[in-house]
Ligand binder design. Structure first.
Ligand SMILES: [Zn+2]
Length: 249
């Protein structure tokens, strides 16, 4: 039902597609409400995932994700009663409110969870390539510092399953943009089209923000390679489910 990062020292989960009740392309733990799946099943899936995190479904909070770099602070528990509660437009959420499960929805994009133990704050980040090019993971770490006084040198990060460079072909323009931002290491140029590593770009953005390399864990999972465990927007040609990545303070 979910994966954890071994060295990320706070309650969290990256959902897999296993352990839910949805069928067909959404089989089985689809946690996206607006992908064409039956809503009653999505809600049951949400209850199961929340309960695995020892939460109720309405403690999960997500944003309407728009591939930008807006970051929203969540400052109260249980802001809604739908599953999960959706609060505004943003691609990253930060909080230090206890009992809130900050969550982002992905199906190839990079989910990044942050935890700042010195101020007991956390963040959930949705880094598709557009947001990654806006350095959203680093900006979320910066927001934890600006809002709460968190020290980046003490922060932890977990980068969850996403489409990796093995499968992520991009156009020349995007590849060149990432090389200019992050150096040659984020693009592979062995084949007819360049392949991009957005997870590595997100890791580099976190290092730039001041996190220590040993505090950043990257789960070795490509959503496109592993159809048994993961939904993949690209592999499934847009008709597929969504995962949630969640951190709980
Ligand atoms: Zn792959």
């Amino acid at each position: 039902m979910y994966l954890k990062a071994e060295r990320f020292p706070v309650r969290h989960a990256f959902s897999t597609r296993e352990g839910g009740v949805s069928e067909g392309p959404y089989s089985s733990l689809n946690l996206g409400r607006s992908v064409g799946d039956d809503l009653a099943r999505v809600e049951e899936n949400g209850r199961r995932f929340a309960s695995a995190l020892e939460l109720t479904a309405n403690q999960l909070v997500t944003a309407h994700q728009v591939h930008g770099d807006r970051i929203l602070e969540i400052d109260s528990a249980s802001p809604g009663d739908s599953m999960p509660a959706t609060v505004g437009e943003a691609d990253a959420l930060v909080t230090r409110t206890r009992g809130v499960g900050l969550a982002v929805r992905t199906a190839d994009c990079v989910p990044v969870l942050l935890y700042a133990p010195d101020v007991a704050a956390g963040a959930a980040v949705h880094a598709g390539w557009r947001s990654a090019a806006l350095l959203i993971a680093g900006k979320a770490a910066g927001r934890l510092q600006a809002l709460y006084g968190a020290d980046p040198k003490r922060m932890f990060a977990a980068i969850g399953p996403s489409i990796r460079r093995c499968c992520y072909e991009v156009g020349e323009e995007v590849a060149a943009q990432f090389e200019a931002l992050f150096g040659p290491g984020v693009v592979a140029r062995g084949g007819p089209r360049p392949h991009l590593d957005v997870a590595e770009a997100s890791r580099l953005a976190l290092l730039e923000a001041g996190l220590r390399p040993e505090a950043i864990e990257v789960l070795p999972c490509c959503t496109s390679c592993d159809a048994r465990r993961f939904f993949s927007h690209r592999r499934d040609r847009g008709v597929t489910g969504r995962h949630l990545a969640c951190v709980v303070l």
